[in-house]
Design a protein. Structure first.
Length: 325
């Protein structure tokens, strides 16, 4: 009997590689898989080319061991290939893993799911970026991207602090840059709709809604609904930021969980406040009115852009998740 073979695409700077290899060997034996193909990522290629090499060698599964950036790069190749993706989280946010309810601190369990879990098709977002000099490029997003202060927060995060305290380093960066941040004018157009001009602090385009710390930024976002979700943050002052935080921490996390809470929101107009507007559709175009703004994709810096278009690619990626049966 010929055993199936997986490929492990791993970021050598994330986690304990010898321990990972030992855990993979145990999982292979436990679930009846052949010895895996090991492919290390590189600084100039965090996974895309490695996943292509794996597919060329006819593996039945590609496991990405790293953070959201490694997972995104591997997925850019696996998208629409039919080859499933397993995830061993080893990054700072691990947002895709968290939203898929994968273990983020249990490598053996993550490998059990990768080798023997259920296949779940999820959406991906295609991100077309226009640079200040007119150059264009396309990237993939599985998690959440941002234009404006969100991206500036990512680029100003202290790497040493991030290594020590994880995602809390983003909070530190946000507190440092928020006082000096300035809103900007941006035109957005949801696919099939009219364009709108807004003055914003940031615009977030998401494939999922939950952040670390059990924060529900976009509570209705789903990974497999064929839609992208948008949060337009346009506070006018410090009070506006407090209202945004209240909405995320209290309304989204508590009130929306019950029928009584939802009725209260309807009565008080909680879902209609202008500080934070939610949108949903199959695509959105963002165009900065003057100059360029910083861009982040799935928690990684992506320079500055004058325009960004996001489009859903529904059910294009197969991910291994816990078997509910």
């Amino acid at each position: 009997m010929k055993h199936r073979r997986a490929a492990i695409v791993f970021n050598p700077s994330k986690g304990d590689v010898p321990t990972l290899k030992q855990a993979v060997r145990a999982a292979e034996k436990k679930h009846g898989w052949a010895a895996s193909l090991w492919i290390e990522t590189a600084v100039d290629d965090p996974g895309k080319g490695m996943a292509a090499d794996a597919i060329a060698q006819n593996v039945a599964l590609v496991i990405a061991a790293g953070g959201d950036g490694t997972v995104r790069s591997v997925s850019a190749t696996l998208r629409n290939s039919g080859v499933p993706l397993g995830i061993v989280p080893a990054g700072t946010g691990n947002l895709l893993a968290r939203n898929l309810e994968l273990p983020v601190n249990d490598v053996p369990l993550a490998l059990d799911i990768a080798f023997a879990g259920a296949d779940r098709p999820i959406d991906a977002l295609l991100v077309d970026v226009t640079r200040p000099h007119g150059d264009t490029e396309q990237h993939l997003s599985l998690v959440m991207s941002g234009v404006g202060i969100d991206a500036a927060m990512i680029s100003n995060t202290d790497p040493a602090l991030k290594k020590r305290v994880g995602w809390l380093a983003y909070v530190d960066a946000g507190l440092r840059i928020l006082p000096a941040s300035k809103p900007f004018h941006l035109h957005y157009r949801m696919e099939g709709r009219h364009s709108h001009r807004v003055r914003v602090a940031t615009v977030l385009v998401a494939n999922l809604g939950k952040l670390p710390g059990n924060i529900e930024l976009i509570p209705d976002a789903e990974l497999d609904d064929g839609l992208l979700d948008v949060a337009v943050l346009q506070p006018k002052n410090a009070w506006g930021w407090l209202m945004i935080w209240r909405r995320i921490s209290w309304e989204n996390r508590v009130l929306r969980k019950t029928a009584v809470g939802r009725q209260l929101l309807d009565l008080t107009g909680g879902d209609k406040r202008s500080e934070m507007v939610y949108l949903r559709g199959t695509g959105i175009e963002l165009r900065v009115e003057e100059g360029a703004q910083e861009l982040e994709i799935d928690g990684d810096e992506f320079g500055v852009a004058t325009a960004v278009t996001f489009t859903t690619d529904a059910a294009s990626l197969i991910v291994r998740v816990p078997d509910a049966s």
